[in-house]
Design a protein around this ligand. Structure first.
Ligand SMILES: Nc1ncnc2c1ncn2[C@@H]1O[C@H](COP(=O)(O)OP(=O)(O)OP(=O)(O)O)[C@@H](O)[C@H]1O
Ligand SMILES: Nc1ncnc2c1ncn2[C@@H]1O[C@H](COP(=O)(O)OP(=O)(O)OP(=O)(O)O)[C@@H](O)[C@H]1O
Ligand SMILES: [Mg+2]
Ligand SMILES: [Mg+2]
Lengths: 267, 267
């Protein structure tokens, strides 16, 4: 059965796109058919794999605008086992255009359900907001991964994020679960990062056995260390594995992908 | 005459708050009376100087809601020469609450004008969006500083940012100028950062003599190097100068403040 995963954090610049793209590439390289879904009008995931969001004929935008649209016509192959449902820059307008459509939050879900088991993993890159596109991702997902940085100010946003997930589980997607946090651009040597991670570990420990969507969540290891190669490869339209396969960014994302796959395969 | 500066970038997590707070502190330490204005419902600038945004009785929110509000009653002293007009978490609602008020974009401007020459510098920390609060900051400002990181994906947002500034100069604030870009969390040693900076330098050079609000803009030196101390000090409610005055973060923000003051004093 397809695993539908939303990578979400309303804070900007925390590593959502870098994580969605490189984990997807890692799954694909492990032989697992993966669909990358770019839900961000900034279209960074699309750019990251060499797709020009101003040049696409069809995209997530068509899925949002037209319930009758055949999503397969918008999906493009990136490489072996990796395809993308790209974004389109105009889709920033979707929120206001669809504001009176009753079913707007579940159009993405229906479109992805129509794909059945075509893909083993569907990885949805959310924009830095809590609007229609992110909620559509949460409505379509079975699990949420939260990319974030181990900084004090980053912790401030986690409460609001989990509140939003709770709203979704209370309504349109009761079975949604938060699988955990992925630490991005991590400075492993600093006291500050260790303190923030320790706070997060304790927070999740204390949620065990409670009726909250993060009751099974944890901070994933390994953290993804800061590595300039990860910031460079989008400018070449390539993932870290094509661009710099020996860099720490490739090592860390491959290791993290292995941990996720092992978890999922064990279920 | 008061210098009114908006620190703006719709991309999240690029260094707006860290820059607004630490430059303001540097100006204050140079003996220049400075008002820090927190326009972000996340209230990170307020947190950064030890103000609890859920504990404030009055804030920017009151300025936005009530044209008759006396802004002085919301301003709090932080330290010598440094005061803050704090944010309040509820003000995320301002956008929809004020959507039919004709004068909503200039309420902040009027309030700051009512302060006359009380402060030499007014430094406005904008949220990561292009909504009411950011536009209010741009409407109130005479200059714009753009904190950003020298990464490929960061360049993608600059066009939209300048487009927004142009909309404002075409309407509610014709004399607004972009002074320049501040490079944050900079990795000085990497080829990638150098290439991005070089792109920015060329972009601004080619704007000289054109009728655009960034015709006098440049990339400021020094860049602010990545320094974990800058990420730590908000958790203590202190600026870098109180927390770690010998750290590179303090050195860089002091040097950049010196460059800005020299520029401004020379005019
Ligand atoms: N581990 C890392 N090491 C170095 N740079 C990184 C790392 N992870 C991400 N970056 C860089 O940090 C910036 C922000 O990352 P990214 O775009 O993935 O975040 P995001 O959460 O998707 O941002 P947005 O909210 O704008 O969608 C990018 O320039 C990216 O290349
Ligand atoms: N030079 C630096 N070195 C290390 N960490 C930094 C540096 N500048 C900023 N940071 C950290 O990076 C994160 C983002 O910075 P900051 O909050 O200033 O960005 P912002 O643009 O104001 O974000 P937002 O869009 O959420 O308002 C914070 O955790 C901050 O502490
Ligand atoms: Mg992104
Ligand atoms: Mg900020």
């Amino acid at each position: 059965p397809t695993r539908l995963i939303a990578l979400m954090n309303q804070k900007g610049g925390v590593g959502k796109t870098t994580t969605t793209v490189n984990l997807s590439a890692a799954f694909a390289r492990a032989g697992r058919r993966t669909l990358l879904v770019d839900l961000d009008p900034q279209a960074h995931a699309s750019l990251h794999v060499g797709v020009d969001p101003d040049g696409v004929e069809s995209s997530v935008y068509d899925v949002m605008l037209d319930p009758a649209f055949d999503v397969r016509s918008a999906i493009r192959v990136v490489s072996d086992n990796l395809s993308i449902l790209p974004a389109q820059t105009d889709m920033a307008a979707a929120e206001s255009e669809l504001s009176s459509e009753q079913d707007r939050f579940i159009r993405l879900r229906r479109a992805l359900e129509s794909l059945g088991d075509t893909y083993e993993f569907v990885m949805m890159d959310c924009p830095p907001s809590l609007g229609l596109l992110t909620i559509s991702g949460l409505a379509a997902a079975r699990e949420v991964l939260i990319p974030m940085q181990a900084h004090f100010l980053a912790l401030q946003g986690v409460g609001k994020l989990l509140e939003t997930v709770t709203l979704v589980t209370g309504g349109i997607n009761p079975r949604l679960l938060v699988s955990g946090v992925i630490l991005c651009a991590h400075d492993p040597g600093t006291m500050h990062a260790r303190e923030v991670v320790s706070d997060l570990d304790q927070f999740f420990d204390s949620a065990r056995g409670k009726q909250v969507p993060w009751r099974h969540a944890r901070v994933y290891r390994p953290a993804i260390r800061r590595n300039i190669k990860l910031a460079e490869c989008p400018s070449y339209g390539r993932t870290i594995f094509d661009y710099a396969p020996e860099a720490s960014g490739a090592v860390d994302y491959a290791a993290l992908a292995g941990v996720l796959l092992a978890d999922w395969d064990a279920m």
